[in-house]
Design a protein around this ligand. Sequence first.
Ligand code: NAD
Ligand code: SER
Length: 312
Amino acid sequence: MSLKKILVIGALGQIGTDLTQALVRKWGVAQVVTADLKSHSLGESLTHEAFDVLDLQQLQQIVEQHKIQEIYHLAAALSAKAEQNPKWAWELNLKSLLNVLEIAKEKRIRVFWPSSMAAFGPSAPHPAPQDCRMDPTSVYGISKVAGESWCAWYHQHHGVDVRSLRFPGLISWKTPPGGGTTDYAVDIFHAAIANRPYTCFLSEDTRLPMMYMPDAVRAIQELMDAPASQITIRHAYNLTAMSFTPKELAEAIRERLPEFSICYKPDFRQAIADSWPRQIDDHVARRDWGWKPKFTLSSLVDEMLQGVRSLA
Ligand code: NAD
Ligand code: SER
């Protein structure tokens, strides 16, 4: 395992916080540079660059200065925020990706970039297969399908080693979620631990694919560690761990905290959720690089309650 210099862009977000810790554990603090619009650092000894990934010149400078060999590009507008500000979301999600892919092409840098189940639209079969007609109806989903195509194009035409996963909703407790449609599945735990009733912005029977963050971080690392010869998908691999509804999640919490109460007031995010698949078929990821989730709904709820409680 030869040492490499890694840049995590969007490191202070929900995935970045957990992924950075895992990368530092694996490669050592000197090998990892974090970057984000926000200026605080994830750790005293970590090198952090506060910058805007839309600034190509600054990105080039950072890559050259730190001799970066691998980029995890996580900065993006998530689904709910993107729907409220489409032009900003398109610019951030696509221009930033093109900036990263251009530099990757020039400097032979490996790239991880996350796609999403949002790339699927209402015509996707259930479970959503690896390949089918992609007709997303959300701004965010449109940006993910376009991003996937750019990744495949840079790989095919320029040999860029870029790898991607279509994540389901990710659930974690270290960092608040960044404005997505699956955020309810994080917020609900904070309400439960604070002994507050929770008003869910999706209807009780909205079934969506989900994953606990440690599984997502492990999936990123396993994908990036796999030999290139095993990677048959260069747009993005389907990935999932479980699927549940707000009602099922609330019941699992109530089994542990009987006082917990929930009501449902669907808002504009309901239409986004309704356009996404209820289940995902990830057998290609399992076949190509051995993907297997560890966490179930029950173990996720146990860990989330413990994690959120530790913040209090
Ligand atoms: P997040 O919103 O929590 O974090 C994004 C980070 O990027 C933030 O810290 C933000 O400050 C930073 N950022 C935003 N604009 C920037 C800019 N111009 N320059 C530099 N930094 C900037 O997002 P996340 O949940 O960690 O998601 C990361 C990636 O994973 C995104 O591409 C998202 O679409 C994808 N994804 C997330 C989920 C999920 O459930 N969290 C699911 C599927 C896919
Ligand atoms: N969790 C993300 C969102 O809701 C899915 O990509 O936006």
